[in-house]
Ligand binder design. Structure first.
Ligand SMILES: NC(=O)c1ccc[n+]([C@@H]2O[C@H](COP(=O)([O-])OP(=O)(O)OC[C@H]3O[C@@H](n4cnc5c(N)ncnc54)[C@H](OP(=O)(O)O)[C@@H]3O)[C@@H](O)[C@H]2O)c1
Length: 321
């Protein structure tokens, strides 16, 4: 089968679209014929090995797992002996532990959710990392009707889901993004849009009940200045220095949080099939619409990643297989 493979860390040029062995499955696994996949910030971390701290997980000198890719959607082609809930031909999606940018992937049954009628493979493939992160961030931020929410990084993969979900939850939503994406962020439900190129949101007079920070471009103290006294700040940003990445921010959160009335939280999104089922249901009923800026064939994954890096993609970029 064909897959996107990298033997070393580096820019998109390290990726090869090449022939590899088709995976075999264990008794608790299914073989999924991948129809679509989506690219996340984490794929670029796995590809570049940056921040360096991430190499503790991905391999110190070179990637331990050479096939890239987490978010997939496809059809079950084979089911292991202990698999009871899925059958050959079922349409499923989920988050893999790498190996997703390939024609086939072996996946544990509990990692997969069914794709409901009316949801395309491309749409389903956008959900596992980005939409689940947005949902879990809003939950951690205790977003509910009437609360004011700031989504910092509203036009990206996670942000376009966070804006729509916060609006669906009945919150008053303010989105921060660049000039060219302001109209998009308004169109998906933000009541207010702040263009970060023209205005520093942390210098405004507003106080938010919740801040979902996906950009990590201001100090924690600056965000606290625009957070209500009992408000919740959720950092989900992987942005940071080339060695430690977001760790200094998470450390600042941990040491500040016990001493202030505001709640400060770092989010590591967890794989949850219940969340995926819920999110796919929202897509099926038209309450959530994945924003897909571009679709590339699997063979052009390197171009897709170069596009994201050069252009700050809006919403998601999807690979079709
Ligand atoms: N904690 C977790 O478990 C988890 C899971 C998934 C993702 N993440 C993290 O979440 C972050 C967002 O992921 P993503 O996939 O949404 O990334 P993305 O698609 O690259 O989006 C980044 C967003 O940040 C905005 N942005 C860039 N510079 C900004 C600035 N100076 N001020 C305000 N906004 C700015 C971009 O706006 P423009 O495009 O308009 O410039 C865009 O809306 C990443 O750091 C990723 O590592 C964390």
């Amino acid at each position: 089968m064909k897959a996107i493979v990298h033997q070393e860390y580096g820019p998109a040029e390290v990726l090869r679209y090449t022939e590899v062995g088709k995976p075999s499955i264990g008794d608790d696994q299914v073989l999924v014929r991948v129809r679509a996949a989506s690219i996340n910030h984490g794929d670029r971390v796995a590809m570049t090995g940056t921040p360096r701290i991430a190499r503790l997980a991905f391999g110190l000198r070179r990637p331990r797992q050479t096939i890239l890719g987490r978010d997939i959607a496809g059809t079950v082609e084979l089911a292991g002996a202990n698999v009871t809930g899925l059958q050959v031909g079922d349409e499923v999606f989920g988050e893999m532990s790498q190996r997703g940018f390939a024609e086939y992937v072996a996946a544990p049954e509990p990692h997969l959710a069914p794709i409901p009628a009316g949801v395309t493979f491309e749409q389903a493939a956008t959900l596992p990392v980005a939409a689940a992160t947005a949902l879990q961030a809003l939950r951690l931020g205790q977003v509910e009707p009437g609360r004011t929410v700031l989504v910092n990084g509203a036009s990206g993969g996670v942000g376009t889901f966070a804006v729509q979900l916060a609006r669906t939850l009945g919150a008053e939503v303010t989105g921060v993004c660049s000039t060219r994406n302001a109209e998009l962020v308004r169109s998906i439900g933000a009541h207010h849009v702040i263009d970060y190129a023209r205005e520093d949101v942390t210098r405004g007079a507003g106080r938010f009940d919740a801040i979902v920070d996906l950009a990590g471009n201001h100090r924690l103290s600056a965000f606290r200045g625009i957070l209500a006294p009992k408000g919740v700040y959720v950092s989900s940003s992987g942005v940071g220095g080339a060695v430690l990445g977001p760790l200094p921010r998470l450390f600042a959160i941990a040491v500040t949080s016990p001493f202030v009335s505001q709640r400060l939280r770092g989010l590591t999104a967890k794989r949850s099939v219940d969340d995926l089922t819920f999110l796919a249901g929202l897509v099926a009923t038209g309450k959530l619409t994945p924003v897909i800026q571009r679709t590339y064939p699997l063979s052009e994954t390197a171009d897709a990643i170069r596009f994201i890096e050069a252009e700050h993609a809006r919403g998601k970029v999807v690979l079709t297989v």
